[in-house]
Design a protein around this ligand. Structure first.
Ligand SMILES: [Fe+2]
Length: 404
């Protein structure tokens, strides 16, 4: 077993405690105790897991590791909706939980983070939506986040994505109370990850990494973290499978770096476009981001003084992109975009259709998300619709699955 704490340099903009290494999940009780510091009795923990938890090979290991605590298990089976968050918060209150432990992918972690942050008072779906509109100010329950898929970075961020499916809206709950207290990054939990989940996860990491680097809200830290994420994935971009122990560690670390990067700088137009792709076409979140990553990379790399949206100027944007290109070992933005397209075409993700016919609606809805304005090169609806209709080989684009 080789478990380490991430160095101070790597701890910018993330949870204060990070356990990294195979076997890290065995110390879940220790992670819980550091999250609830000051509790003398064995803590009460609400364990939030995904729908497939019962079938995962490490299920017993997780339950055994938590045994010193009084554990109640709650299942979060799909996208985190306001109704799911209210239900989980109710379970935390009924269990008098001292801590929420989230073991799963981005959907599980986001639902658990939101429920923990909002569990101080009785919660309804309506109150969850209101909290997303106004933010969270008071303290909530501490969260121990244990990602079992790489890529979302949800274990690092002070926000949670909530899907209002009925109204076709993507919401975001924000505030320091939403940031996990402890992250446990155990690469062994990624064993047996299906190819489509891995592909979508890596695309999410790549998009988050480069978007946090070129965002108009970026700084040196988000540029460095975004580039570090791409550096970890440079080899996997050309040869994504199979994942050995070293690759599992790399994808987990890359996702974590990218999560810390977007905690600083947020995301931009790839993510803004992904939300209507998810809500209107059912494309899994990471894949929805990856669909437009290559063309947006080319678009932003061609930024000029006249169309630059970053007051620091086009040189800053080009330098940020160059940092990512270097980290990935590419010859330039176009070479990197080609590698992303090749990765997408070779992935196990199922086909997506209907984007061309819906391009105008997707573009208009994408511009309704505030992160669209963080793109470093100006974009408008006609330009985005053009970008969507010129995606390479649209009949071979892949998607499907539930979204985060
Ligand atoms: Fe994302």
């Amino acid at each position: 077993m080789s478990i380490s704490r991430l160095s101070n340099d790597a701890l910018i903009a993330g949870p204060p405690h990070v356990l990294m290494g195979p076997g890290g999940v065995a110390d879940l009780a220790g992670a819980v105790m550091s999250a609830v510091s000051g509790t003398a009795r064995p803590p009460c923990a609400l364990l939030v897991v995904g729908g497939g938890f019962a079938r995962r090979p490490w299920r017993e290991q997780v339950l055994a590791a938590l045994r010193p605590a009084a554990v109640r298990v709650a299942v979060q089976p799909g996208m985190p909706t306001p109704e799911c968050v209210a239900r989980l918060a109710g379970e935390a209150r009924a269990h008098r939980a001292d801590v929420v432990v989230a073991v799963g992918g981005g959907s599980v972690m986001d639902a658990a983070k939101a429920a923990a942050a909002l569990s101080a008072a009785p919660l309804s779906a309506e109150r969850t939506v209101q909290a997303c509109e106004h933010g969270v100010s008071g303290p909530g329950l501490p969260v121990v986040a244990v990602p079992t898929t790489p890529g979302t970075g949800a274990e690092a961020t002070p926000f949670a994505t909530i899907w209002d499916v009925e109204r076709r809206r993507k919401l975001s709950l924000r505030g320091e109370a939403v940031r996990p207290a402890v992250a446990v990054l155990d690469p062994a939990l990624l064993a047996g990850l299906p190819g489509d989940q891995l592909g979508a996860s890596l695309l999410d990491t790549l998009a988050q990494g480069v978007e946090a680097a070129w965002s108009t809200r970026s700084d040196e830290r988000s540029e460095a973290l975004g580039a570090a994420a791409w550096a970890e994935l440079a080899t996997l971009l050309d040869r994504p499978r199979p994942l050995g122990p070293a690759e599992r560690r790399a994808v987990l670390l890359a996702g974590h770096y990218a999560g810390r990067a977007i905690a600083i700088a947020g995301t931009t137009i790839c993510h803004a476009l992904s939300y209507p792709l998810t809500l209107r076409h059912g494309v899994r979140h990471g894949h929805a981001c990856g669909l437009t990553l290559a063309p947006v990379l080319r678009h932003n790399a061609a930024v000029t003084e006249a169309d630059c949206a970053d007051p620091r100027g086009p040189e800053r944007v080009r330098a940020a992109i160059a940092g990512v290109v270097r980290a990935a070992g590419a010859d330039g933005p176009d070479d990197l975009a080609r590698r992303v397209e090749a990765f997408l075409a070779a992935s196990d993700l199922p086909p997506v259709t209907g984007i061309r016919d819906d391009a105008d609606r997707i573009a208009a809805e994408a511009l309704g998300y505030d992160r669209a304005a963080s793109n470093p090169r100006h974009v408008d609806a006609p330009a985005l619709a053009r970008l969507l209709t010129t995606l390479p080989c649209p009949d071979r684009l892949r998607g499907g699955g539930h979204a985060r």
